[in-house]
Design a protein around this ligand. Structure first.
Ligand SMILES: Nc1ncnc2c1ncn2[C@@H]1O[C@H](COP(=O)(O)OP(=O)(O)OP(=O)(O)O)[C@@H](O)[C@H]1O
Ligand SMILES: [Mg+2]
Length: 244
């Protein structure tokens, strides 16, 4: 499945969050990493690709078909993807199991029984079998993020879109969530993620896009881009963030 963007642009009142970005993500790309400085446009780009927002100009094309601008039509594309954001976004009054069941039943029209079975399957896969009945407030940050990840993949999304999935976690929990993402990658899940974890981006992704001030400064094979950045800005950024 290929994704292309043509002159993709998103303006907010005074900010060009994404500024004329054209990329072609071929069928061969399984994991795409978006990297770059804070405010560079990574989250906005993810939201545009996932159909959570419409562009101001330009377009996103999936398998040769341009995404609609109209929000209700865009919803169909959105449903095909899975999303995970930096801060868990779980329903606080529902248990872990119910958090996974709800979108399956409400958005994806699974029967209650199928949804429950699937919820138990994905939560067990992520080591949460003992925590099905706990509410988010009774779970650690890492566990909450694993529930959110289970929810994001429960409907078998075409693309899993991860927006800094580990930045709210401390190191041990970070490692545990990154391990799961790597496992999903190995099982063949297609992933687009924004991340400040450069080591992980380098290891787990095959294609990288560097965004700064809404523009694409560099793009390429992960190994090449990390090894031989072409622009001074990317080189400086990598030197700074890889130092630690
Ligand atoms: N809803 C919004 N309204 C107004 N401006 C916005 C909105 N969302 C993003 N922006 C602006 O667009 C620019 C890009 O933001 P974005 O969140 O995409 O960056 P980012 O690369 O994800 O940054 P970070 O690494 O800090 O998450 C920023 O200048 C931001 O302030
Ligand atoms: Mg962001």
């Amino acid at each position: 499945m290929s994704i292309e963007t043509a002159s993709l642009t998103k303006h907010y009142v005074e900010t060009k969050a994404i500024d004329n970005v054209s990329v072609s993500i071929g069928d061969d790309v399984q994991v795409l990493a978006l990297i770059g400085p804070s405010g560079g446009g990574k989250s906005t780009f993810l939201r545009l690709i996932g159909g959570l927002e419409s562009p101001t100009f330009g377009e996103v094309t999936v398998n040769g078909i341009t995404l609609p601008v109209d929000d209700s039509a865009l919803r169909e594309w959105r449903k095909k993807n899975g999303f995970l954001f930096q801060s868990f976004n779980l329903f606080p009054h529902l248990t872990a199991e119910e958090n996974v069941i709800l979108p399956l039943a409400e958005v994806h029209q699974s029967s209650q029984e199928d949804a429950k079975n699937r919820a138990q399957e994905v939560l067990s896969r992520f080591g949460l079998a003992k925590h099905l009945g706990k509410q988010p407030g009774q779970l650690s940050g890492g566990q909450q993020q694993r529930v959110a990840l289970a929810r994001a993949i429960a409907h078998k999304p075409q693309w899993l879109l991860l927006d800094e999935p580990t930045s709210a976690l401390d190191p041990e929990m970070k490692a545990e969530v990154l391990d799961l993402i790597e496992e999903l990658q190995k099982s063949g899940q297609k992933i687009i993620l924004s991340t400040h974890e450069m080591g992980f981006a380098r290891r787990a992704s095959d294609h990288v896009i560097f965004l700064s001030d809404g523009q694409k400064l560099e793009e390429g094979n992960a190994e090449e881009l990390f090894e031989n950045p072409k622009t001074a800005e990317v080189k400086l950024f990598l030197e700074k963030v890889m130092k630690w």
